[in-house]
Design a protein around this ligand. Structure first.
Ligand SMILES: NC(=O)c1ccc[n+]([C@@H]2O[C@H](COP(=O)([O-])OP(=O)(O)OC[C@H]3O[C@@H](n4cnc5c(N)ncnc54)[C@H](OP(=O)(O)O)[C@@H]3O)[C@@H](O)[C@H]2O)c1
Length: 258
């Protein structure tokens, strides 16, 4: 298991889904975490059933830099500082370009891209003079296209290249920046799409060489590795947790993943 006992970690989008599972895994590996999200954060904190001195919860929006700076101040008061950030706040929307509105496109870019940039910015400002890390939640859709996902693909492609740019820029400060790029994972986001008839789970599984979706635990394990000293020489990488999806070259009939 990666050793995260010295790590003080800001996790955005931590109320549910991947962010919450990553918090659970990081706490098990010894980290202290700050859960950050738009609401229900006290309930999220209680659900983790962790010692009070290892978890704090902050309500805020990743589009608001003041909220993120408040979270880093809370971490400094509670833990004495911050060593890393996991950006798991994100949204998706599935619609053809003709029906996706400009407001919806901007909302996805604002939360997934600007929100990620603001989260890393606030965290890095509060990190030690030398060292630190960021793990950004990307997606297989950051590495290729798919129908009805123009905004999501654009946003995740931007996140992937943001990580490369920041790895180069922040490397001399000792800050590592990497992406975890999952295939489909059964979180509230995907359950909601399935309920609305917008996600073809069987289609996703059929074109994944390993034949299934990823689990939240598998994604959290990849994040824990990248956060740990074991990944001390790893920066600017995209780590797929995708059962071979990207390696398979996005080969798909155009209607299998609607
Ligand atoms: N699940 C997948 O199949 C999958 C695959 C690849 C990548 N990803 C990526 O992984 C990340 C997490 O996805 P998920 O499946 O865990 O989604 P989820 O179940 O919908 O959880 C996302 C969390 O992000 C929070 N959030 C959204 N907008 C926010 C904002 N403006 N400020 C603060 N928090 C915000 C949500 O808050 P509320 O609770 O208030 O809504 C929610 O708690 C996303 O970036 C997603 O694109 C997911």
């Amino acid at each position: 298991m990666p050793d995260l006992t010295t790590q003080r970690v800001l996790i955005t989008g931590a109320r549910q889904g991947l962010g919450h599972a990553i918090a659970r895994r990081f706490l098990a590996d010894g980290a202290r975490v700050c859960l950050f999200g738009r609401g229900g954060m006290e309930e999220a904190r209680r659900a983790l059933n962790a010692p009070a001195d290892s978890v704090v919860a902050v309500t805020g929006d990743v589009r608001d830099s003041a909220d993120l700076e408040r979270a880093t101040r809370v971490m400094t008061e509670a833990f004495g500082g911050i060593d890393g950030v996991v950006t798991a706040a994100g949204i998706t929307r599935i619609a053809p370009i003709a029906t996706l509105t400009p407001e919806q496109f901007r909302e996805i870019m604002d939360i997934n891209v600007t929100g990620t940039w603001l989260s890393v910015r606030a965290a890095v400002e509060a990190m030690p003079d030398l060292g630190g890390w960021a793990v950004l939640l990307g997606s297989v859709y950051g590495e290729g296209g798919a129908p009805d996902r123009s905004a999501y693909c654009a946003s995740k492609g931007a996140v992937h290249n943001l990580a490369r740019a920041l790895a180069v820029e922040l490397g001399p400060r000792g800050v590592r920046v990497n992406v975890v790029a999952p295939t489909g994972v059964m979180t509230p986001m995907i359950r909601d799409l399935i309920a609305r008839g917008l996600y073809n789970q069987a289609g996703v599984e059929a074109r994944t060489p390993l034949g299934r979706m990823a689990t939240v635990e598998e994604v959290a394990a990849a994040c824990a590795f990248l956060a740990s000293p074991d990944a001390g020489m790893t920066t600017g990488t995209i780590l797929p947790v995708d059962g071979g999806w990207i390696a398979n070259g996005f080969i798909q009939p155009s209607n299998t993943n609607r």
